[in-house]
Design a protein around this ligand. Structure first.
Ligand SMILES: Nc1ncnc2c1ncn2[C@@H]1O[C@H](COP(=O)(O)OP(=O)(O)OP(=O)(O)O)[C@@H](O)[C@H]1O
Ligand SMILES: [Mg+2]
Length: 384
């Protein structure tokens, strides 16, 4: 038996990318194989140049290919994937994840936007609420899931008074509709903020699972999720339950964004969650005389966006109306639509819709109907 490039590819199907859980051939990471006089050269495109799994992938490749007959030497050349190669790889990985995903009450065509950040207090909840309001203002059906299980702040920000109720027969929970948005939060279950302490024992990911599996979300164009600050557990749970989830990263203009960038990107990659873009919050403060002060520094947002190779969706100015809007239960985007922060949120929503357009309402039957329509409008074929 002579070793051919085909048999090398077959051997490489045994090399698994441990993070993505698939083999490197299926994932499209093998960019070339050549054989010359017993020397096999394998080109592998890694997701990022400094991929921590590089050593393992190279080692496995050498071992597997060396086991083929007539191979004297294996040379592994690694490169970093281009943006489009990475997008292709994520598509394969996401399909794999989707195929093994568990059922939730969230419709598969609902666009899921997880608002995350590397650290707390940067304005995730303010961004989530105002984005949800702005998306609703654009005419979309919007759900808002407060995934900050014990640090919930959304009910206060929207002045939600109602409490969640479960259907007596189906046991499914109906979201509270507030300001046109379907809202679910632990803050709508428990009576007082003190009782929240009791929830500390509850596993975050379990609570999230309940919110996705036991809430009748109905048909939504967008589900915005206010992610809790910190660890990646909830991101992992989210991508497992909702493989279509995508992430928007919120950051402040501070230049210290670099470390956060690496953490967030890593988290997103490990959970197959694409990053849609960056929103810089608490950008320049413009005083009544029209002078802008960069109180929290400048450039952090675009730097982070560059690092992650994603667009900077918006720079939301630092504005007292964001705080009062949150405190009074009427977010600035609806309370004062001409306020600079409100305008920035509206623009952010428009850009987000451009980046993650709502799923087309095209069911299989719809497609078949269109197909038939197309056939009918064509002249009948004459067969000899
Ligand atoms: N653009 C802004 N201008 C002025 N104040 C803002 C702005 N964005 C957020 N804030 C204020 O900053 C504080 C923190 O914001 P927020 O609660 O939205 O952050 P968070 O990232 O959700 O925090 P946590 O990590 O605690 O959940 C709030 O008091 C909020 O009103
Ligand atoms: Mg918050």
């Amino acid at each position: 038996m002579i070793t051919t490039t085909e048999s090398v590819y077959e051997a490489l199907r045994g090399v698994i990318d441990p993070e993505l859980g698939g083999d490197i051939v299926t994932l499209g990471m093998v960019s070339g194989v050549s054989i010359d006089n017993g020397v096999v050269v394998v080109d592998i495109a890694l997701t990022i140049a400094e991929c921590p799994m590089r050593g393992q992938i190279e080692g496995d490749t050498v071992r597997r290919v060396k086991s083929l007959p007539g191979v004297s030497e294996v040379v592994v050349r690694t490169t970093a994937m281009t943006k489009s190669q990475r997008a292709d790889l994520m598509a394969v990985a996401r399909k794999r994840a989707r195929d093994s995903a568990e059922l939730t009450q969230v419709h598969p065509t609902t666009r899921v936007i997880a608002v995350s950040s590397g650290k707390g207090g940067v304005g995730k909840s303010s961004v989530s609420v105002n984005l949800a309001i702005a998306l609703h203002g654009l005419g979309y059906r919007v759900g808002l899931l407060d995934a900050d299980i014990w640090g919930f702040s959304i009910p206060r920000m929207l002045a939600a008074e109602e409490r969640l109720e479960a259907d007596e027969i189906t046991r499914l929970i109906t979201p509270v509709t507030v300001q046109g948005i379907k809202l679910v939060s632990t803050g709508l279950i428990i009576e007082s903020e003190e009782t929240a302490l009791m929830w500390r024992g509850l596993m975050l990911s379990k609570a999230l699972e309940q919110f996705l599996k036991q809430v009748s979300w109905g048909e939504l164009d967008y589900l915005v999720i206010d992610m809790p600050p910190g660890t990646g557990d909830i991101q992992m749970a989210l991508s497992r339950l909702l493989p279509q989830a995508e992430m928007v990263v919120v950051t402040t203009p501070q230049k210290a964004a670099q470390k956060v960038a690496v953490r967030v990107a890593d988290m997103a990659r490990r959970s197959y969650m694409p990053i849609v873009g960056v929103i810089e919050n608490m950008s320049g403060f413009t005083c009544e005389h029209g002078v802008t002060y960069d109180l929290f520094g400048a450039g952090g947002g675009s730097e982070l966006a560059d690092d992650l190779s994603v667009p900077l969706i918006a720079r939301i100015p630092l504005d007292a109306a964001v705080v009062t809007g949150g405190d009074e239960g009427l977010p600035v985007t609806s309370a004062d639509p001409n306020n600079p922060a409100a305008l920035a949120f509206q623009r952010a929503a428009e850009i987000l819709v451009g980046l993650v357009p709502p799923a087309q309402d095209e069911t299989c039957t719809g497609r078949i109907a269109k197909l038939l329509e197309g056939l009918e409008s064509q002249p009948a074929q004459v067969t000899a």
